[in-house]
Design a protein around this ligand. Structure first.
Ligand SMILES: [Cu+2]
Length: 126
């Protein structure tokens, strides 16, 4: 009898943890940005209820996000980033949101003018 109870509890726990894991998803969103200020802005924009973890990489421009699918959707994550003034691989920030970012963070101008020159000197100024 005791063994059966244990097995029952054990299988309940496994089912429960499998269910809980389903609600947490980790994705990577490509987010345009330039410097450490962008990193802070991007990560702060994602500091909302439902997002467990967000880390933007300055070199690759990829933002790793762990979030709860029952609290927030992927579309909403893109929208939060756009509202902060950053373009993502799926959607673009409005011009007014983009205008609000700091001058050194104007990633659209940077990608336009410097196809050949590297702008590593830029990030050193931060
Ligand atoms: Cu920046």
């Amino acid at each position: 009898m005791k063994k059966i109870q244990f097995l029952l509890l054990f299988s309940t726990l496994i089912t429960f943890s499998a269910y809980a894991q389903k609600e947490v998803k980790t994705i990577s969103i490509h987010v345009d940005g330039v410097c450490d200020m962008c990193k802070e802005r991007i990560e702060n924009a994602l500091d909302v209820n439902g997002v467990k973890y967000a880390k933007w990489d300055k070199q690759s421009h990829d933002c790793e996000i762990m979030y709860r699918t029952d609290k927030i959707t992927e579309e909403e994550l893109h929208s939060l980033l756009n509202q902060a003034g950053h373009d993502t691989d799926k959607s673009r920030a409005s011009d007014s949101a983009y205008e609000a970012v700091h001058d050194c963070c104007k990633y659209r101008e940077l990608s336009k003018q410097s196809e050949h020159s590297d702008h590593t000197g830029h990030s050193d100024q931060e």
